[in-house]
Design a protein around this ligand. Structure first.
Ligand code: MRU
Length: 354
């Protein structure tokens, strides 16, 4: 068994298939996605989740849009229809930049093919979109490998590591971002001991990370989010490894709700805090974390979703932000596929794109 066996986004006989992550860890089931509406719904409901995996799925989404648009009479109409579907997909979730990045990239390729007269009719567009979506998937696999190697260079065999949410295979089209060096280290006999925060309210740590790491043979211990402090204080954590959904130009990084608290704790206990960020997740157009839109989700996720009976009084006010921003000052280093960036981050991040 290889951890790549459960890469959650794949094409099978020309149809997009997603590992339905709402069913894990109880059921491993791939669902077929044949329309833009079905993909919007899968992204919104977190059947596919994790910034890079959402991006890869959205790239294929433009292919689905192009197939539908190829029935249009003219290239102009087809392009307009693809753009409409692209905007619709982007509106499914606002924080992870990979969604917009991937949609814009594939539509940009289709657009260029039309302007450059490589596409003679709407029927030519699906193949162009599919090739670019495939390129995004392959680049994501390679980026994960780059982060695995760069991240491993920061770690020693036998270390205790703590992670939040799921930034693994299940969140990408490869080894993961923050979990990539853990999987690679496992293959090389590093013997890491990993603490996985359960990650309230949607339990990505409990349902996904502990499942994924156990499947990969890693020594993993599940803890509730509010146990991170005692585990750190008792000396069991040598480094914190987390992913990112959007990194601003100054190094502030949005990630799953609760990440910023973990970073603040790590600073207090003198533990290095590494954020794993593929370049597809860096958004230099966003100046700082305060410019990142934070998704708010249904309060039922807090009050009812995991319980046999509702656990909060009817009518109580609730607030359910899906992400928070870790200020750059709490991040020890940013690990990308192109190298490790140390503070001050602004110039180092910009240089990755030069
Ligand atoms: O709401 P989710 O499950 O999509 O949130 C995922 C995260 O916050 C991950 O940590 C992030 O996308 C980085 S994944 C490589």
């Amino acid at each position: 068994m290889s951890v790549t066996d459960f890469i959650p986004v794949r094409m099978a006989d020309g149809t997009l298939e997603l590992l339905d992550q709402t069913l894990l860890p109880l059921e491993e089931k791939f669902i077929k996605i044949e329309s833009i509406e079905a993909l919007y719904d899968a992204i919104k409901r977190l059947q596919v989740r994790g910034a890079p995996a959402i991006g890869v799925a959205a790239g294929y989404g433009v292919y689905i849009a192009a197939k539908k648009a190829s029935e249009n009479a003219s290239l102009t109409e087809a392009l307009a229809a693809i753009r409409r579907d692209g905007e619709y997909l982007i509106s499914a979730r606002p924080t992870a930049v990979n969604l917009k990045w991937a949609v814009d990239r594939v539509i940009g390729k289709v657009d260029a093919a039309v302007s450059g007269q490589e596409a003679a009719s709407p029927a030519d567009l699906p193949a162009i979109a599919l090739a670019e979506a495939e390129a995004i998937r392959k680049e994501d696999f390679d980026a994960c490998m780059g982060m695995a190697e760069n991240g491993l260079s920061l770690l020693e065999p036998g270390m205790g590591l703590l992670t939040h949410c799921n930034a693994g295979v299940l969140a990408t089209a490869g080894y993961g971002t923050a979990l990539a060096p853990i999987h690679l280290g496992q293959e090389k006999g590093y013997g890491f001991k990993v603490f996985a925060d359960e990650t309230r309210p949607l339990l990505q740590g409990a349902r996904l990370t502990s499942w994924e790491l156990a499947r990969g043979g890693v020594d993993v211990t599940l803890i509730c989010d509010n146990m991170a402090s005692i585990v750190m204080k008792s000396g069991k954590v040598d480094a914190v490894l987390v992913g990112c959904d959007r990194m601003a130009a100054n190094g502030d990084g949005a990630n799953k709700i609760g990440t910023s608290g973990v970073a603040i704790l790590a600073k207090e206990y003198g533990i290095p805090f590494y954020m794993f960020v593929p370049t597809s997740t860096i958004d230099l157009d966003t100046k700082s974390g305060s410019d990142i839109i934070i998704e708010e989700r249904d309060s039922d996720e807090i009050a009812a979703m995991w319980y046999e009976e509702r656990m909060a009084p009817e009518g109580i006010k609730m607030y359910n932000p899906a992400f928070d921003v870790t200020d750059a000052k709490y991040i020890t280093a940013i690990v990308t596929e192109k190298g490790i960036v140390y503070p001050p981050f602004e110039d180092g991040l910009k240089a990755l794109f030069e």
